[in-house]
Design a protein around this ligand. Structure first.
Ligand code: BTN
Length: 267
């Protein structure tokens, strides 16, 4: 039997300071993103958080499946009604990526970083993924986050690329603490994001966490793949790449369109 999550403990931590978000919990359900979207349609409040110990149909990016084993992983979704232009919603994914990296580093002491746009990685392996979905009317956004916390092994297809906080730091961590620390960081970054209306107040901190910053990357643009040196993000969250084939000319790469691979290792 897996240990029950300490929901009251989390609720009391989340009621401190500027966070104040209502937390809803289910032991097992399809996907916390789907749950949050159902609640969003029924008028759920801005800042509501949906957490499950286990998802039976966890969703990853690009239609992939996301595994969330009971008792070891962390899967939750945050519903926001940011009231900002729709073309800025995707920037929130980067805000959550920063918050996840911060929270995970604080609890574990590990050297975690961000693989643009928002995978959190440690020593070249992925620890966390984020899936942001917008309502069809654009009145709310759901940011879903899945974290490998206490997993000791992964299916063969993930063994080379995935890891967990426990495997990296050699001890089990309290999932509840990881989650509350991430949300605390998120709301403090979110305030800055709202103030500026973009990532300009967060860009510097994000670029410090970016593992490929200053490194050679390959941009897998289906129309025109190219290589260059990553130069960090701009205020909209686009990755700036100094192109090798154009004498260092800067191209801004938008996250939705292409993926970027580090050339030396997984960054
Ligand atoms: C990725 O492919 O890297 C994104 C993975 C996102 C997984 C999380 S787990 C919580 C939330 N609910 C889902 O169904 N997906 C996201």
């Amino acid at each position: 039997m897996t240990e029950k999550m300490k929901i009251q403990w989390m609720r009391s931590r989340l009621s401190e300071g500027a966070v104040g978000c209502p937390l809803f919990y289910e032991e097992s359900l399809d996907s916390t993103n789907e749950w949050a979207k159902r609640e969003g349609e029924n008028g759920a409040a801005d800042g509501s958080v949906y957490l499950a110990d286990h998802q039976t149909a966890g969703k990853g990016r690009r239609g992939r499946v996301w595994q969330s084993p009971a008792g070891t992983s962390l899967s939750f979704s945050l519903l926001l009604r940011p009231g900002i232009p729709l073309d800025r919603y995707s920037m929130l994914t980067l805000v959550m990526g920063m918050a996840a990296a911060d929270g995970m580093a604080r609890v574990s002491g590990l050297p975690v970083g961000i693989k643009w746009p928002n995978d959190v990685v440690c020593r070249g392996r992925k620890l966390c993924g984020i899936l942001t979905e917008m309502s069809s009317r654009g009145d709310y956004v759901v940011i879903g986050i899945g974290i490998n916390v206490n997993e000791k092994e992964f299916p063969p297809e993930l063994q080379e690329t995935a890891s967990s906080l426990a495997l990296e730091c050699g001890r089990e961590l309290m999932r509840e603490e990881v989650m509350t620390e991430i949300l605390k960081s998120f709301f403090s970054y979110y305030e800055k994001f709202r103030l500026a209306g973009d990532l300009s107040l967060l860009q510097e901190a994000y670029n410090r966490l970016l593992v490929s910053n200053g490194e050679k990357v390959r941009v897998l643009d289906p129309k025109e793949p190219f290589e260059g040196i990553a130069q960090g993000i701009d205020e909209r969250g686009q990755l700036l790449v100094a192109r090798a084939d154009r004498g260092g000319e800067i191209t801004a790469v938008f996250a939705g369109e292409v993926s970027v691979r580090g050339i030396y290792g997984y960054c």
